[in-house]
Design a binder for this molecule. Sequence first.
Ligand SMILES: [Zn+2]
Length: 154
Amino acid sequence: MKMTDHRIVVSPAVDDAIRRHGEDTYPHECCGALVGREGVTATVPLPNTTEEGPRRRFLVRPSDYRLAESRATELGGELLGFYHSHPDHPARPSQYDLDHAWPTFAYIIVAVAAGRAGDMTVWWLKDDRTSFEEGELHHGDENSDSDTAQALHR
Ligand SMILES: [Zn+2]
């Protein structure tokens, strides 16, 4: 029995884009969408504004969701999930994240400490939605994303 059924491959460009977005918005959280097919090959940065102010927390609005889906289609991929940063906090989902997560999507979290991106993790909501399960984040080769993803696809 495997530890987890959840795994995702991100291209180096995607890894870079997420880290840079987190550093650029520090000390605020950044957030965006993950686009691809077998693996994540593109990101769509989303505005991170809530009624509580930008520093407060990550929230994907229905309008963001629609934007992310249409951008994914334009890019020839699918909406695979979302990423956001945790400024000066570990790369683990908060209660707020749990309360606002959708099933089946991948949630990548990058920890940004003192303006520097560090740990990056990926999570999926459990079927009963009581908690997240950590998945495996794989870093794909820019030139063999589909091959890597294919090999990992059970
Ligand atoms: Zn969070």
